[in-house]
Ligand binder design. Structure first.
Ligand code: NAP
Length: 276
């Protein structure tokens, strides 16, 4: 496993297992500098969204990197107010304009908005045939949202991006992960660092200390060893570099079990289990 390792998606494209999340990074120079720092460290996947209002910065950094476009994997997302067939097609065009790239590698439905998500998915099926989009997927879909989609469409999502870290690795999320595995849908962990709220938990930090690693590095490695894709966010060059320092150690099976046991049904972002 290394920073270039990829996960094969169900449409036969490949997605890097590791990348940078850019939520709350300011568009313009802050975003460009963060992405540039990530690129220097070997990151090739960038996770943005219409909501984050920094698609331009991500696109700019990639265009000016001096590397081939094909080296990168760029994800963006459809925001909740843009659901519905026509709105989705329009929102995709707008994201493409802001990114300023010929294509996006992955276009995700950001959230399974009730009553609208199936019309939205019809448009996502269209978008999946557009040469400007390599793969389509979903985010925050729990097992019943996914099952509904799989039962009523001809294109399966390639990726389901959900909040995932040891503190929420249980309950409904395990059902969702199992359904994803059965249908060859890659699972991608967002908020994998629990938004830096657990670095004072001795149960986490003692294991990290054993390997001479930081809490952040342990959490990233935990996700990768489970076979998930993972997108920690930082806009700090030191921490951007720290978060990818995860390829020179391996968490033992016993410690993986101990980390899995940190489950406490805690999440730091929204709760899709409340959406019917
Ligand atoms: N699909 C969705 O609904 C959804 C929801 C949430 C997030 N996401 C995606 O997932 C990405 C990651 O999730 P997230 O941003 O919510 O949270 P996260 O990656 O779990 O945590 C980010 C926070 O941790 C800090 N941090 C980063 N590296 C650190 C380190 N080595 N040591 C200490 N603190 C560190 C960051 O601060 P600094 O920046 O100052 O380093 C930031 O405050 C997002 O950026 C976004 O791309 C998607």
């Amino acid at each position: 496993m290394n920073i270039q390792s990829t996960i094969k998606l169900n449409n036969r494209t490949h997605m890097p297992a590791f990348g940078l999340g850019v939520y709350l990074i300011k568009n313009g120079s802050e975003c460009v500098h963060s992405c540039n720092a990530a690129i220097r460290n070997g990151y090739r996947l960038f996770d943005t969204a219409a909501l984050y209002e920094n698609e331009e910065g991500v696109g700019e950094s990639i265009r000016e990197s001096g590397l081939e476009r094909e080296e990168f994997f760029v994800t963006t997302k459809l925001w909740n107010t843009d659901h519905g067939y026509d709105n989705t097609l329009r929102a995709f065009d707008k994201s493409m304009e802001r990114l300023g790239l010929d294509y996006v590698d992955l276009y995700l439905v950001h959230y399974p908005v009730e009553g609208k998500r199936m019309d939205t998915w019809k448009a996502m099926e269209e978008i999946s045939k557009d040469e400007r989009c390599k793969a389509v997927g979903v985010s925050n879909y729990m097992s019943w949202h996914l099952q509904e989609l799989l039962d009523n469409s001809s294109v399966a999502p390639s990726v389901n991006q959900i909040e995932l870290h040891p503190y929420c690795y249980g309950g409904e999320r395990l059902n969702t992960i199992e359904l994803c595995r059965k249908n060859n849908i890659a699972v991608q962990c967002y908020s994998p660092l629990v938004r830096a709220t657990k670095f004072d938990d001795p149960n986490l930090m003692d294991v990290a200390g054993k390997y001479g690693k930081t809490g952040a590095q342990l959490l990233v490695r935990w996700a990768l060893q489970h076979g998930f894709s993972v997108i920690p966010k930082s806009n700090n060059p030191g921490r951007i570099s720290e978060n990818c320092g995860v390829y020179d150690f391996e968490i033992s099976a016993t410690d993986m079990t101990a980390l899995d046991a940190l489950y406490s049904d805690e999440i730091v972002c929204w709760d899709p289990t409340k959406t019917p």
